[in-house]
Design a binder for this molecule. Structure first.
Ligand code: PEP
Ligand code: MN
Length: 338
């Protein structure tokens, strides 16, 4: 349910509506807009009659939100969401690049990567300190030592850090090191983890589960938003299909429906989406053309020596070439790359 206030509604009238919603044991989410405020209502609406709100002063109308995801839906929040970070803003009109190695391997490679990205005008670096690996014998990440390296790179270069949180236990530490907390494909429906990041002041990059429908994905975003963290960035990273020519099937066809149904920004990860570095540039450009708001992309100073995902990582010259081609493409599309 959405309560739309008159454009001339006073702050007192808005506060009165919020109090009335809370009085029904429901949660009120004020959504200030360009011309008027709307107030989203979540909770168990079956037990109460929110129509009583229609008579309160300043209320223009009540709208039913038909989708099961409420706060993530365009019905509730018509305008696009822009996720503001100290380094940049993620949302339509800008194509944001988040690049870096799959894993933090050592300080030297992270500082080298950060310096390279800054030289290319890239403002956000990705790298995992906690790694969800299919094999328990594979490199599991440097954990807390990795977070310290990321913090050092941030302090030295000012680059923003995007890094994965795998469990609630490490949430405080990841929150401290990260500008954006990444939730990986394997944890998209880890509801206790989603509830934890819902309480965070950091934006959340929510990767699509490898076999999640769009509705399941948006419901996962809803978990984060229901806890009042509205800064959710979706990330398509490929889904499981019968196709075996690539690691996953990068579902670029999900971008238009995401834009139609939700106001949240969506990034594309062509690295995990293809699994092969030669295929990454084409899909990165396709993501831009299809209306994505940016990329999450793996690069490595020496991909063939990477401890994880080297086969899908671009080297620095390869990334610079891709960036050049993206800039050429962005111009006619009226999008700025950063
Ligand atoms: C990653 O970004 O390195 C990663 C583990 O991604 P995903 O969760 O999409 O597999
Ligand atoms: Mn990876």
């Amino acid at each position: 349910m959405l309560v739309v206030m008159h454009s001339h509604a006073t702050p007192e009238q808005i506060a009165q509506v919020i109090a009335a919603i809370q009085g029904m044991s429901l949660t009120a989410h004020p959504l200030p807009g360009a011309t008027r405020t709307a107030i989203g209502i979540t909770g168990n609406l079956s037990a109460v009659d929110p129509n009583a709100l229609a008579g309160l002063p300043g209320v223009l109308e009540l709208l039913r939100v038909t989708k099961p995801y409420k706060l993530a839906s365009r019905e509730m929040h018509e305008a696009d969401t822009y996720v503001r970070l100290p380094q940049t803003t993620i949302g339509p009109g800008t194509f944001t690049l988040i690049a870096g190695p799959c894993s933090v391997e050592n300080e030297e490679m992270i500082l080298r990567t950060a310096d390279f990205l800054v030289s290319q005008g890239v403002r956000l670096m990705r790298a995992g300190a906690f790694k969800p690996r299919s094999s328990p014998y594979a490199f599991q990440g440097l954990a807390h030592a990795g977070l310290e390296i990321l913090a050092k790179a941030r302090a030295r270069t000012g680059i923003g850090i995007v890094t994965e949180l795998m469990d609630t236990e490490n949430a405080d530490a990841v929150e401290e090191a990260a500008d954006v907390i990444q939730i990986g494909t394997r944890n998209m429906q880890n509801f206790s983890l989603l509830r934890r990041v819902a309480r965070s002041s950091r934006p959340v990059l929510l990767k699509r589960g490898m076999s999640a429908t769009l509705e399941e994905w948006l419901m996962a975003a809803e978990y984060v938003m229901a806890g009042n963290n509205f800064n959710v960035i979706l990330c398509e990273r490929g889904v499981r299909t019968f196709s075996d020519h690539s690691r996953n099937t990068l579902d670029l066809s999900v971008i238009p429906p995401v834009k139609h149904l939700s106001h949240l920004p969506i990034l594309v990860d062509p690295s995990h989406g293809t699994g092969k570095r030669d295929y990454v540039p084409a899909m990165a450009r396709a993501a831009l053309a299809a209306g994505a708001d940016g990329l999450l992309i793996e690069i490595h100073p020496e991909p063939d020596r990477a401890l994880s995902d080297g086969a899908q990582s671009l080297d620095f010259p390869g990334f610079a070439r891709l960036l050049e081609s993206l800039r050429r493409l962005a111009d006619p599309l009226g999008v700025v790359i950063n």
